[in-house]
Design a protein around this ligand. Structure first.
Ligand SMILES: *Cc1c(COP(=O)(O)O)cnc(C)c1O
Length: 408
């Protein structure tokens, strides 16, 4: 499948000459680590003592009864340190940084969750840390900016371009070019130039390894379907990788936003608004117009709001191994409300896309079927966004009163 980071022609590494040696070093250190059983043991050990691995597989008894079809299980990535699967990737890359002998990490972040995870890892390992963030996102994601700074990271607001994620990515690359000797760029998802898609998927594969063992132990059989939301594609690659060789249907769920016909969504693999192109150092489906200008994306879930998608998932779209669907903002908010009330777990808005799609299909399956939903993160940290999504008037009142107190 892999020919120097190409997956059915997607992927690759389109780099400025000056970064080629750095990428070769990264690939070499990653290959050594991947081939070394002690490295995986060290990784699994730190994830079990610093994060919460193995994360549980929860039987959703009430949702199962409610839909009257497949038995529904939830893989609990929300119980990781910092509240999402992102910890799996940043801690793994942190161990590689130590192997390379570098002392500084940089990252870009949109919603801020990857920035918080990276700042956490840097604090733990004693690295200096700079996080690039579009100025617009700095305004929108104040609580995450607060945590990054408290964790010791320098947060740099990017004032170029449209002042959002893609501009932050450009700034991070610019920093890297001037500081390659000391600095590693911690990419947050299974995108970007080779070897990042493979490397991030490798660290996230711990989700699928655990889930496969857990479901076999508990149910004595494989699931019929596995659902995961798809932003850049890392949590989906993580859980799917446990089941690629099995007769299991894999379902990736994108952000349908206001609907696929509305022009306000972030669906690259289900909508006709995306086409194949090269940007940010790799080839995949991008939401772009005929001139290769990136389109504006929209989702109720900030973490799914991205123009590109993992080249490995683009490959699985092409060969049909993964089925891709989209859930709208409204379906997602409804699925989140139901899950909270019936199971007492609070999925992130991103994860709720996977729940929404599983709920559409659960009743069409039989009681002998088992499905797993990947709960990529927890929603309670997103109280501002979720309260907004629910348009809760008492919450709005609370925020107004708080603001008045500061003005007084
Ligand atoms: C960042 C994030 C995502 C999207 O990223 P992927 O790389 O597609 O997994 C999904 N869920 C949560 C909770 C996130 O924080």
């Amino acid at each position: 499948m892999i020919d120097r980071g190409y997956y059915s022609g997607f992927g690759g590494a389109f780099l400025p000459e000056i970064l080629v040696a750095t990428f070769e070093e990264l690939e070499r250190v990653f290959r050594q680590a991947k081939g070394d059983p002690d490295f995986w043991r060290e990784y699994a050990d730190i994830m079990s003592t610093y994060s919460c691995r193995p994360t549980p597989l929860t039987y959703a008894e009430n949702l199962t009864r409610h839909f009257g079809g497949a038995r529904i299980f939830i893989k609990r990535e929300d119980l990781n340190h910092t509240g999402a699967h992102k910890a799996n990737n940043v801690m793994g890359q942190g161990l590689l940084v130590k192997r390379m002998g570098k002392t500084r990490v940089i990252a870009e972040t949109g919603a801020g969750q990857h920035g918080v995870a990276t700042a956490t890892m840097a604090a733990k390992f004693g690295f200096r840390c700079t996080i690039y963030m579009g100025e617009v996102d700095v305004e929108r994601q104040r609580p995450n900016v607060f945590w990054m700074q408290r964790l010791g990271a320098e947060v740099v607001p990017v004032r170029e371009g449209t002042r959002i994620l893609k501009d932050a990515i450009n700034e991070a690359f610019r920093d890297w070019v001037s500081n390659m000797d000391t600095t590693h760029y911690v990419l947050g998802t299974a995108c970007g130039p080779h070897p990042y898609p493979e490397m991030v998927s490798y660290f996230q594969s711990i989700i699928g390894k655990e889930a496969r063992e857990q479901i076999l132990k508990r149910e004595g059989k494989l699931p019929s379907r596995v659902y995961a939301c798809v932003g850049g594609g890392s949590n989906a690659m993580g859980i799917f990788s446990g089941f690629f060789e099995d007769p299991v249907e894999l379902v990736g769920v994108e952000a349908g936003g206001k609907g696929l016909d509305s022009g306000r969504h972030a669906s690259r693999l289900c909508s006709t608004d995306a086409s194949v192109g090269v940007a940010q150092g790799y080839k995949t489906y991008f939401l772009q117009n005929g001139d290769g200008q990136m389109l504006e994306t929209h989702s109720v879930a900030a973490g799914l709001d991205y123009v590109g998608v993992s080249p490995i998932l683009a490959h699985f779209k092409e060969n049909g191994r993964v089925r891709f669907e989209a859930a709208t903002d409204q379906e997602v908010v409804d699925a989140l409300a139901l899950t909270m009330r019936m199971e007492g777990v609070i999925p992130a808005l991103e994860s709720s896309h996977a729940f929404a799609q599983a709920f559409k299909e659960a009743a069409t399956l039989s009681r002998d079927d088992v499905v797993i939903i990947n709960q990529s993160g927890r929603g309670d940290k997103d109280i501002f966004t979720i309260a907004d999504a629910f348009e809760d008037p008492t919450w709005q009142d609370f925020i107004m009163k708080k603001a008045e107190r500061y003005h007084a």
